[in-house]
Design a binder for this molecule. Structure first.
Ligand code: PEP
Ligand code: MG
Length: 838
C-alpha cells in the first residue's frame, strides 16, 4: 500500500461490512477511549495485517495484537468484543511478538463458530493507538474484502493541516441533538474533535446562524438546546464519512454530563458562627503566620494609540500563544498525575479555546489593523465573552470565565519581563483563586502564606502549598477581596481563620509560637533517623509516600524507615507511550536503590476512575470513581498488570520489594493476583515470591479484613479513598472539603476492624493515606493497632516525635472510646484534649 513515510493507506484486515466506531456495541471502543479507528463485522476467519510493519504486542489471550507500521503508526487489531474472556480458546496467533510482517500477511485465525457463539459480538476493531501523532480517516463505510483500501493514516503536522484540500461536493443532513443541556462545552468539544478527524470542512447551522465545527466558541454560540434540530454540512474529499460521524456525535447523548450538572464556581463554604474581624475558610496547608495582606489584581492595559507593526505584533502573539499552550500542557499533565479530572477537563477546554478560530481570527484582524497584540487579544476575548453571555444560558456564561482566564495568561506571556507579581517577601497573598504556576512564582518570592476566596483543600494548588510548607486557606469567600491592600493579618491555617485585625499582643504571640515551632522542628530533624517507639516500647515504622526515586532519596535523607507507598501510576505520567517492562523495572529498581537497605512497598498501577494516563486509555465512565480502577484494571487489561508484575519481580533484592494491590474489594481478587504472581515467579525462576499486601480503601475491604489477612502478608489503609467511599463524599469536592475527614468515627471503626482482622492472622497494618501525616491522628492510629505510618517525606521527623510522646496502652484505651463520638469534629476535639499538640 502507498506509504510516503508519513501517510499510509491501510488495507482491510478482514472482509465484511465496515462500521464507524460510534456504531460498535461497546462503550470503550465507541467512545473512542482506545483511540480512533474503524470496525468490521467479519465474514472470514483470518485477520490479516493492514500494512507492512512489526508486531509489537500479542495479547496473552490471542484475541488481539498490535502492529507498528513503518511510518510509526501503532495499530491495535482486536478480534470480537469481550473476547479476552475466552482466554485464548478458539484463537491461533500465526506470528510472534517482534516479527516483521508484510501487508496482507495472515496474523490470526479464529474458529468462527466457537468464538461467535461465546463472545458478545464478532465486530472487530482496527484502532490507531498513537493518535497524538497520527490521524485516521476512513476511506469507505461499505463492505470491504481483505486487502482493499480501508483507512488513511496521516501524520499530525501543522503542514498537513494547512495543505488540506477541501474541494468536492457538499453533503448535508438534519439531526436532532440528544445531548443533555444542548451543545454546551463538552458536547461541543466532542463535535469539534469528531470534525477534526476528517479533511472535509464541516459546519453546523441553526436558527439562521452557522458555525464551523472546528470552533468551540462558534458551536457554543449557536445556543443549540437539547432536542433541537440542526443542519450539518460537510464539504471535502471525505464528506460522507464526516457527515455520518458528526450525525452520530450530535445524536448520541454523552453517557454522563458531570460538568454540565455542576456549576464549577459556586462552592458553598461550610457555615460557622461568624466571629468579628475573622474570615473563616478551609485549611489547605497548615501553619500560622502574620504579615501584610497583598491582593493580586487582574492585569489592566493602558490605552493603545495603535499604529503598530503587524508583523512584529503577529510574531509576539504567536510566541505568547505557544508559551501559554506549553504551560497548559504542563498543568494538564500534572492534573492527570494527580487524578484531578475536573481540573483536567477545564485545562483541556482551555487548550481547545486557545486554538479557536473565532478568537484567533478576530485578534489577527485587529493586529493587521495596527493594534497592539495585547489589546487585540483582549478585545477578541471581550467580544466572545459577550457572545456567550448573550446566549442566555448560565452554563455557557460560565465559559466566559474560562475566556477571561485565558486573557490573563496570554497577556502575561505577551507582557513578559514587564509583567510579574511584585509581591514583598513575607506578605500574605490574597486572590480569587491561584493557579499552580502562580503558586510556584509566589513561593519563589518568599511569600509567607496564601488565601483564596475559592478553591478546595485537595486542589492541585493546595498540594503544592503543602509540599512547600506554605500555610494556605481556601474557600474564604468573596469578602477576602474587599480587604485593604497592605493591612496586617494573621493567617491561622490550622484553625481555618484569617484574622483581619490582630492587635500587638496577638502579633507577639504569633511570633513566639512560630519561634517555638522552628526550634521544635530542628530538634525533630536531629532524631528523625532513629527508630520511633512509644513510651512503653511499641515500635512504629514511619515510612514515606513517594512517586519517584528522587523523592525516595529525599525520604531516606529525612529519616524514612522505608517507602510505605510508591504510586507507580505517577512514574510515567508525562509519557504518551506505555513504558516497557524494562523501563518499569528500572524505575522501580531506582527507588529500591535510593532507599539503602530499607523495604519499599510498590503499589501496582492505580489508574482509572479519576486518574487517567495518556498511554492507557480507558473507557469513559458514568461514575468514574465507582468504575474500572485500581486492581479492577486487570479485568479489562490483564496484560498490563502482568507486565508490571514481571517488572517488579525482576527488581533486586526481591526481599525488599513488597507488592501492594489497590482497590481490592473481595478475597478472590487477591487470590487471583497471587496465583498470577506465583505463575510469573515460576516463569522467571524465582523461588520465593515477594510479600503481597492489600490496600484497605473501600469499606468492603475493611469489613473483610480478617479474610483478606488470611491470604495477604500485610494490609495498608488508604484513608483518602476510604473516606470518600465511606462518607459518600468526593475527596476533591471543594464544598465538602471540611467534611471529608478521615477522623470520622465511622472511619475509625473500619480502621479498628481492619487491625482486629489482621491480628487474627498476625499480619501488620499500615496507613498510607493522608491521615497518617496528621499528627493529631498519630495516637489514635497507634491505639487502634496500626504499626506503620507512611507519610509525606517532610513530616517524618514530626510524626516520629509524636509517636515518642505517647503510651500505646493509653492510646488503645482512649482510641476505642472515640468510636462512639458523634462526628469527626468531636473526635478532633477529644484528640486535642487527650493528646495536645505542642
Ligand atoms: C488512599 O486512597 O488513601 C491512597 C493512599 O491512595 P491514593 O491517594 O493514591 O488514591
Ligand atoms: Mg486510593
Amino acid at each position: 500500500m502507498h506509504n510516503n513515510n508519513k501517510e499510509l493507506t491501510l488495507s482491510a484486515p478482514l472482509s465484511g461490512p465496515v462500521l464507524t466506531l460510534a456504531r460498535v456495541p461497546d462503550a470503550v471502543f465507541a467512545g473512542g477511549a482506545m483511540g480512533d479507528g474503524i470496525a468490521i463485522d467479519p465474514l472470514n476467519d483470518t485477520l490479516h495485517s493492514p500494512c507492512a510493519g512489526v508486531v509489537i504486542h500479542v495479547a496473552r489471550t490471542g484475541h488481539a495484537l498490535t502492529v507498528r507500521a513503518d511510518n510509526g503508526a501503532e495499530l491495535l487489531l482486536h478480534l470480537g468484543l469481550d473476547t479476552v474472556e475466552l482466554q485464548g480458546d478458539g484463537f491461533s496467533v500465526l506470528v510472534k511478538e517482534g516479527a516483521r510482517v508484510s501487508n496482507g500477511q495472515p496474523l490470526l485465525r479464529y474458529d468462527v463458530d466457537k468464538v461467535g457463539r461465546r463472545c458478545k459480538s464478532l465486530v472487530s476493531l482496527l484502532i490507531l493507538t498513537n493518535g497524538e501523532d497520527f490521524q485516521a480517516r476512513p476511506i469507505t463505510l461499505k463492505n470491504v474484502k481483505v486487502g482493499e483500501p480501508l483507512l488513511h493514516i496521516i501524520a499530525r503536522t501543522p503542514q498537513a493541516a494547512n495543505t488540506e484540500e477541501r474541494a468536492g461536493p457538499e453533503v448535508r443532513a438534519q439531526v436532532r441533538v440528544a445531548h443533555r443541556g444542548g451543545l454546551h462545552a463538552r458536547p461541543a468539544a466532542l463535535v469539534r474533535q469528531t470534525a477534526q478527524g476528517f479533511q472535509s470542512r464541516s459546519q453546523l447551522h441553526f436558527a439562521g446562524k452557522s458555525a464551523p465545527c472546528n470552533s468551540l466558541i462558534g458551536l457554543m454560540g449557536l445556543a443549540v438546546g437539547e432536542q433541537d434540530d440542526v443542519q450539518v454540512s460537510c464539504q471535502g474529499p471525505d464528506a460522507d464519512a464526516a457527515l455520518q460521524a458528526l450525525i452520530a456525535a450530535l445524536a448520541t447523548a454523552l453517557p454522563q454530563d458531570r460538568h454540565a450538572a455542576v456549576a464549577p464556581a459556586s462552592h458553598p463554604v461550610p457555615k460557622r458562627p461568624a466571629e468579628a474581624g475573622v474570615l473563616q475558610g478551609v485549611c489547605a496547608a497548615p501553619g500560622l503566620v502574620d504579615g501584610p495582606l497583598f491582593k493580586l489584581n487582574a492585569i489592566s492595559l493602558p490605552p493603545d494609540a495603535g499604529g503598530h507593526d503587524p508583523a512584529g505584533q503577529r510574531q509576539a502573539f504567536d510566541a505568547a500563544l505557544n508559551e501559554v499552550r506549553r504551560e497548559i500542557d504542563g498543568t494538564l499533565a500534572q492534573a492527570k498525575r494527580l487524578g484531578n479530572t475536573d481540573e483536567e477537563a477545564i485545562f483541556a477546554a482551555h487548550l481547545a479555546l486557545l486554538e479557536d478560530p473565532a478568537l484567533l481570527d478576530a485578534a489577527a484582524q485587529a493586529i493587521d489593523g495596527g493594534n497592539a497584540a495585547t489589546h487585540a487579544w483582549s478585545q477578541s476575548i471581550d467580544a466572545q465573552c459577550q457572545v456567550l453571555q448573550q446566549t442566555g444560558s448560565a452554563l455557557l456564561a460560565e465559559r466566559a470565565n474560562d475566556l477571561r482566564d485565558l486573557r490573563q495568561r496570554v497577556l502575561r506571556a505577551l507582557l513578559g519581563e514587564t509583567w510579574h507579581y511584585d509581591v514583598p517577601a513575607g506578605a500574605i497573598v490574597a486572590a480569587h483563586e491561584l493557579t499552580p504556576s502562580d503558586l510556584l512564582q509566589l513561593s519563589g518570592q518568599g511569600v509567607a502564606g496564601l488565601c483564596m476566596a475559592e478553591g478546595g483543600a485537595t486542589s492541585h494548588v493546595a498540594i503544592l502549598a503543602r509540599g512547600k510548607g506554605l500555610p494556605c486557606l481556601v474557600a474564604l469567600g468573596a469578602a477576602l477581596l474587599d480587604q485593604e491592600q497592605g493591612q496586617a493579618v494573621v493567617l491561622d491555617a490550622d484553625g481555618g481563620r484569617l484574622e483581619l485585625m490582630p492587635g500587638a499582643e496577638r502579633l507577639a504571640q504569633v511570633g513566639q509560637i512560630r519561634q517555638e515551632r522552628q526550634e521544635r522542628r530542628a530538634a525533630q530533624q536531629l532524631r528523625a533517623h532513629q527508630p520511633a517507639a512509644t513510651l512503653d516500647g511499641v515500635s512504629i515504622d514511619v515510612a514515606a509516600n513517594v512517586a519517584s526515586s528522587a523523592e525516595a532519596a529525599d525520604a531516606l535523607a529525612n529519616g524514612a524507615d522505608g517507602v510505605g507507598l510508591l504510586r507507580t501510576e505517577f512514574l510515567f505520567v508525562d509519557r504518551h507511550t506505555a513504558p516497557t517492562e524494562e523501563e518499569q523495572r528500572a524505575a522501580c529498581q531506582a527507588v529500591l536503590d535510593a532507599m539503602g537497605d530499607k523495604p519499599v512497598i510498590i503499589r501496582t498501577i492505580d489508574v482509572g476512575g479519576d486518574k487517567q494516563l495518556d498511554y492507557l486509555p480507558l473507557p469513559p465512565e458514568a461514575n468514574p470513581v465507582l468504575g474500572l480502577r485500581g486492581i479492577r484494571l486487570s479485568q479489562a487489561r490483564p496484560e498490563i498488570l502482568d507486565q508490571q508484575l514481571r517488572a517488579l519481580l525482576q527488581t533486586r533484592p526481591l526481599e525488599r520489594c513488597r507488592i501492594l494491590l489497590p482497590m481490592v474489594t473481595e478475597v478472590d481478587e487477591l487470590l487471583h493476583i497471587r496465583r498470577r504472581v506465583d505463575a510469573l515467579c515460576g516463569e522467571l525462576g524465582i523461588e520465593r515470591r515477594p510479600e503481597i499486601g492489600v490496600m484497605i480503601e473501600v469499606p468492603a475491604a475493611a469489613l473483610q479484613a480478617e479474610q483478606l489477612a488470611e491470604h495477604a502478608d500485610f494490609l495498608s489503609i488508604g484513608t483518602n479513598d476510604l473516606s470518600q467511599y465511606t462518607l459518600a463524599m468526593d475527596r476533591d469536592h471543594a464544598g465538602l472539603a471540611a467534611r471529608v475527614d478521615a477522623l470520622h468515627p465511622a472511619l475509625l471503626r473500619l480502621i479498628a476492624m481492619t487491625c482486629a482482622g489482621a491480628a487474627v492472622h498476625e499480619r501488620w497494618v499500615g496507613v498510607c493515606g493522608a491521615l497518617a501525616s496528621d499528627p493529631l491522628a498519630t495516637p489514635v492510629l497507634v491505639g487502634l493497632g496500626v504499626r506503620e505510618l507512611s507519610v509525606s517525606p517532610v513530616q517524618i521527623g514530626e510524626i516520629k516525635d509524636r509517636v515518642r510522646q505517647v503510651h500505646e496502652t493509653e492510646c488503645r484505651r482512649l482510641a476505642h472510646g472515640l468510636l462512639k463520638l458523634s462526628s469527626a469534629a468531636a473526635v478532633r476535639h477529644a484528640c486535642h484534649q487527650h493528646w495536645p499538640l505542642r
